[in-house]
Design a protein around this ligand. Structure first.
Ligand SMILES: [Zn+2]
Ligand SMILES: [Zn+2]
Length: 252
């Protein structure tokens, strides 16, 4: 994998779109490669297996998936990822870390999509870790901190911050603006911020206008916008930040 020569951390936006395929983009799926461990994902939307393969990233290498919230465009790809591992004879464990309730929702979605798949014996373990909002813990060799945000999805939605390879990656997930977001971003090497719409209010989502209005409070070294709706894509010429596209990679 060339870890010794490469950058400490590479973040690849395998999927940078919204739930609805706006702009032909894949749903949320952010791949984080560090020298310190096997790659991990931030979110795994329903289209993520195709997104990873389109970006030339091996799904079988992924050792952990950190899920911001339990909407299909953020965790609906997990049954496909797990079954892909089963059929490619994966042996290394997969950790799924998400909000309280992740274990039950993952079992439910597996049974709905592929009946009998939740309880089947596999060559690899699928370990679920539920992240209590407001806590920091080590998961799969990564330090993860979570904050509860404002985005109803059946279980507490989270903003997440990963520390790996000496770098900090902050991720808003989907949320209306909350007063915790400056803490999520504080001093991070990268803030990945949802920018669902340009300035049109959409309940429980961030707008480009929100990120711009609070820019002075967001002290990350870099900001990349993602989860873009058709409205946001239509305003591409007015955007004041870096914007992800599928396959866009950032080195930290
Ligand atoms: Zn959502
Ligand atoms: Zn979403």
């Amino acid at each position: 994998m060339g870890e010794s020569a490469g950058p400490p951390v590479t973040v690849t936006f395998a999927g940078s779109g919204d739930a609805f395929g706006s702009g032909g983009r894949f749903q949320a799926c952010i791949h984080v490669r560090s020298r310190e461990h096997a790659p991990v994902l931030l979110d795994c939307g329903a289209t993520s297996l195709a997104a990873l393969k389109a970006a030339g990233l091996d799904p079988g290498e992924v050792c952990a998936v950190f899920v911001s919230h339990l909407h299909g465009d953020h965790f609906g790809g997990l049954p496909f990822l797990i079954l892909d591992g089963q059929f490619t004879r994966r042996t290394s464990p997969l950790t799924v870390a998400g909000p309280p309730g992740t274990g039950a929702r993952l079992r439910a979605v597996m049974e709905v999509l592929f009946p009998g798949s939740a309880g089947i014996a596999r060559r690899f373990d699928v370990r679920v870790v539920e992240l209590a909002p407001g806590t920091t813990q080590a998961v799969a060799g990564i330090t993860v901190t979570s904050w509860e945000v404002d985005h109803p999805s059946g279980c507490p939605p989270l903003a997440l911050r990963l520390e790996t390879g000496g770098k900090a990656i902050a991720y808003t997930g989907d949320t209306a603006w909350t007063g915790d977001l400056p803490a999520v971003a504080a001093g991070a090497d990268l803030l990945i911020a949802e920018a669902y719409s340009f300035d049109k209010p959409v309940p429980y989502h961030l707008r480009h206008a929100d990120i711009a209005a609070h820019r002075g409070e967001l002290t990350s070294r870099r900001i990349v916008l993602t989860h873009l709706s058709a409205d946001m894509l239509a305003h591409a010429d007015q955007v004041e930040f870096d914007v992800a596209h599928d396959g866009f990679a950032v080195t930290l």
